[in-house]
Ligand binder design. Structure first.
Ligand code: URA
Length: 437
């Protein structure tokens, strides 16, 4: 038998072939044990990005990645365990709101999250902006936290889907993120390995997401829902709007602060609505009643402060300082800020959310290279959004950074994200669809 070589696998995909199961497994195990170097893994990722994968290759890649490490044993958690995952957006802090809301309604939320990817933020980076918060919990402590608090959010710690951990970091810096097969395999390998019974996917659509059109997002959602069903997990997807950043905060600490405001009932309307829709779906998947009943349970958990209390408890249980969450001290702020002003009069008719996210990365909130640290306090506070009237010279956003020299490039990119016209744009829908197998 001829030995499989990474060179031939790359060439096979580069020339448009469909990879065999053996080739996919060779690649995944080589990435996991380090015998495939980053440059060959990155070359194959780019070949997949350009040539695509069919449904069989995608499912085999997902399962090989899910099996690349251990599978979490959540049998010690009583009740139905629900996980939620977003395909990635800008200002997307919905996990920090929907998770506590669902937990306050009695659902066990056992969630493994990711770090920032490309121009999008990651829940792990956001939570790590809370001093002391531990996103790497040993499996036993994760199970205990979910049992005691009802909610735990951890990073891709331990040995769960280690192939995804490596590929995710490589994709982040090699422009190979926006591919439905790679996104499906990345998300679903983690979700299968992390063991929850029910999986809710938030598939983002629009300029700030990896899927620009509803058609592309629907294709991705169907792919993931089918993989979930084949793995024996009840999986549903909501398609939600990501044409404009969600809420007004982009950047790690800024987003945690906005999520806390939302849990206090004073959050931005778009963030509140999308978070409640996701929480209601989590309740529905967990069998907590009809769609309508789940929506009213979710609203009540937010209004009563029970969800805020769940979040504070999770922060404390995972070692974090919850004083800012409990309103006893302010959230930390970056040493420098600068306003961006509107170049002319008119209405904001569009915001390219990817460029808003890139501006935030340039300020330090995301990574340029995989080993880069993130600056937790860096980011953007939007002062004006789609549909708002603006006058020339009026501030439209505040940029935050730890070094003043970062402002010029970020300001240029941020301004290039705005379209300003004579009329306000038409209203857009926030929730665009629901898909279940
Ligand atoms: N989230 C993930 O975990 N992986 C992706 O590829 C995109 C979003």
């Amino acid at each position: 038998m001829i030995a499989v070589r990474m060179y031939d696998i790359i060439k096979h995909k580069r020339d448009g072939g469909a990879l065999t199961k053996e080739e996919i497994e060779y690649f995944v195990s080589g990435v996991t044990d380090g015998s495939v170097p980053d440059y060959q893994a990155a070359a194959l990722l780019m070949a997949v990005f350009l040539r695509g994968m069919d449904a069989r290759e995608t499912a085999e890649l997902t399962l090989a990645m899910a099996r690349s490490g251990e599978t979490a044993d959540l049998s010690g958690i009583q009740g139905v365990k629900v996980d939620k995952h977003s395909t990635g957006g800008v200002g997307d802090k919905t996990t920090l709101v929907a998770g506590p809301v669902a937990a306050a309604c009695g659902v066990k939320v056992a969630k493994m999250s990711g770090r920032g990817l490309g121009h999008t933020g990651g829940t792990v980076d956001k939570l790590e902006s809370i001093p002391g918060f531990r996103t790497a919990l040993p499996p036993r402590e994760f199970v205990d936290t979910v049992n005691r608090v009802g909610l735990s959010v951890i990073g891709q710690s331990g040995n769960l889907a280690p192939a995804d951990k490596k590929l995710y970091a490589l994709r982040d810096v090699t422009a190979t993120v926006e591919n439905a097969s790679l996104i499906s395999a990345s998300i679903m390998s983690k979700k299968i390995a992390s063991g929850a019974d029910r999986i809710l996917l938030d598939v983002k659509v629009g300029s700030g997401s990896f899927m620009r059109t509803a058609g592309q997002a629907e294709h991705l959602a169907r792919m993931m829902v089918d993989i979930g069903a084949r793995a024996g997990r009840r999986t549903a997807a909501l398609l939600t709007n990501m044409d404009v950043p969600l809420g007004f905060a982009v950047g790690n600490t800024l987003e945690v602060a906005e999520a806390v405001e939302t849990l206090r009932g004073h959050g931005p309307e778009d963030l509140t609505r999308v978070s409640l829709a996701l929480a209601s779906e989590m309740l529905y998947l967990a069998g907590k009643g009809s769609g309508e009943s789940c929506q009213s349970q979710a609203r009540e958990a937010l209004a009563s402060g029970a969800a805020l209390e769940k979040f504070a408890l999770m922060v404390e249980t995972q070692g974090g300082d919850a004083s800012a969450v409990r309103g006893l001290s302010p959230f930390p702020q970056a040493p420098y800020s600068r306003s961006v002003v509107s170049p002319r009069d008119g209405f904001i008719t569009a915001m390219d959310a990817e460029r808003c996210g890139t501006a935030s990365v340039l300020l330090g909130a995301g990574r340029a290279k995989k080993e880069d640290p993130v600056d937790h306090e860096a980011g953007i506070r939007l002062l004006k959004k789609n549909g708002d009237a603006v006058s020339a010279g009026e501030p439209v956003a505040l940029l935050y950074a730890s070094r003043e020299e970062l402002f010029a490039a970020a300001e240029e990119v941020y301004l290039s994200s705005l379209s300003i016209g004579p009329e306000p744009p038409p209203e857009t829908e926030l929730i665009l669809g629901r898909i279940e197998a």
